[in-house]
Design a protein. Structure first.
Length: 455
């Protein structure tokens, strides 16, 4: 009788973690660049894709809600692509999300405006934002899981924190490209048509990222799960039919990812909108401040990620939430006082950037450790994207709406402060410090990473 012999696995040579992190991160950075171009250029979309008869403030708020649409669908992308990632593999899935993001962003740069096709313009714009949101919903969980499943035990916070820098550096890249285009083409041409150029450029960046990612192999932990027959046959069903898993998802959402999301978007996006639309600071000054501050602050993602390997994830993030609750109002008040002082504006934004790194640096490792490998991609992606997409992404639109309703510019901060306060209560009351020193290889025998023999 013929005997079928499965693939033989041997000890792998040392993994090239810098390349793995770099290849994973560059794709994620480009996806964030694509996603945030719209946010930075929201005021231009309000002029080109909505009826000229609308009040400019109403059109701008409508444009921000279109921006939020992309965030709103991120959880659905998390479920769809998380399911695929747990079912057929990490690498294939985040290659697919990169292609989807690149294509939809490129099309945004080609869409006709309201003057050409009327109400179809905002409808098509929303459709592209939906595709972008779906793509981003699948990207982050895949990249974070992929890096974590390559990282050595007790250093997951350090290695996964590199992926945490990509959202911030995606904004920096978007601001840099937009600033160069505005200065190069001139304000009149940029407002008329050249705002499309940053979206079209993304096609080149996506092709480059795909080329780099093609060199990656499947996650060794996931490959071992498949070899041992322990991979989930239906990750979505297994993730969402378990009461215990739902408890972990809700705990992650309200205790960590939602408050982390509002701190992130307040410290970076709402600060940008506040300086440009409320304080009326020149856009060149604002973009320059944001690019410098975000770049200087980015290394602190790694600092707090590495620190979480030593002292745990929960306490670092909870301190960041608490500081946000007590300091957002005075910080934005001081920004009004120093609106003519770029250096002090930079200092204040840098402080908020440090809070962002405290709450965001350890989050990937925290979520990876919270859920089992067989349903990790699906389970961690959902609370992350609900927290960051629905709650965090709502910050600009909610802030602008509350401020418009009350007539007080600072009142827009009540929303992120409230969500951050919920995070402090939930994380302290219901969450013990997770075992950040556990081996995520326990599920497959607790052995070091193995790779298939080469033919």
């Amino acid at each position: 009788m013929a005997t079928t012999v499965g693939p033989r696995y041997v000890a792998a040579p040392p993994l090239n973690l810098p390349f793995i992190i770099g290849a994973s991160s560059v794709g994620t950075l480009i996806e964030w660049y694509d996603f945030y171009l719209y946010g930075v250029l929201a005021v231009f979309f309000s002029k080109h894709f909505f009826s000229p008869a609308l009040d400019p403030n109403v059109a701008f708020i409508a444009s921000l809600f279109v921006f939020w649409t992309g965030f709103l669908v991120r959880p659905f992308g998390a479920i769809l692509f998380g399911h695929l990632g747990d079912l057929i593999g990490r690498k294939f899935t985040f290659m697919l999300t990169l292609l989807l993001m690149g294509a939809s962003t490129f099309v945004v740069g080609l869409l006709p405006g309201y003057e050409s096709i009327g109400t179809a313009a905002p409808v098509l714009l929303v459709a592209m934002r939906v595709l972008q949101g779906l793509a981003l919903g699948g990207e982050y969980g895949g990249a974070a899981t992929y890096i974590a499943e390559h990282a050595p035990d007790r250093k997951r916070g350090f290695f996964t924190s590199w992926i945490q820098t990509t959202a911030t550096m995606g904004i920096v890249l978007a601001l840099l490209v937009i600033l160069l285009c505005r200065l190069g083409f001139g304000d009149q041409a940029f407002a008329a048509w050249a705002w499309r150029v940053p979206f079209l450029i993304s096609a080149v960046l996506v092709i480059l990222s795909i080329y780099i990612r093609m060199r990656l192999e499947e996650s060794p932990l996931y490959a071992r799960l498949r070899q041992q027959g322990k991979a989930s046959a239906n990750p979505a069903l297994e993730s969402f039919s378990s009461g215990r898993n739902w408890g972990l998802i809700l705990l992650a959402l309200f205790g960590f990812t939602a408050p982390e999301g509002v701190v992130w978007y307040t410290g970076q996006f709402y600060a940008l909108f506040y300086m440009t639309t409320v304080l009326k600071v020149n856009y060149v000054t604002v973009y320059t401040i944001m690019m410098i501050v975000l770049t200087l602050g980015a290394p602190f993602f790694v600092v707090f990620g590495a620190l979480s390997d030593r002292v745990g994830r929960r306490n670092i993030m909870t301190i960041g939430f608490a500081l946000a609750v007590i300091s957002f109002w005075p910080v934005f008040s001081l920004m009004s006082s120093f609106k003519d002082n770029p250096f002090m504006l930079g200092v204040l934004v840098f402080y908020m950037m440090i809070l962002v790194t405290m709450v965001y640096g350890p989050i990937a490792a925290f979520l990876v450790e919270l859920f089992p490998a067989r349903i990790r991609y699906t389970s961690m992606s959902l609370p992350y994207h609900v927290g960051n997409g629905v709650f965090g992404g709502l910050v600009p639109a909610a802030g602008a709406s509350i401020a418009a309703y009350t007539g007080a510019a600072l009142s827009g901060l009540l929303y992120p402060m409230a969500i951050a306060a919920v995070g402090v209560v939930v994380s302290l009351a219901f969450m013990r410090e997770p075992r950040h020193e556990i081996s995520i290889w326990e599920e497959v025998g607790g052995e070091p990473p193995l790779v298939p023999d080469q033919p």
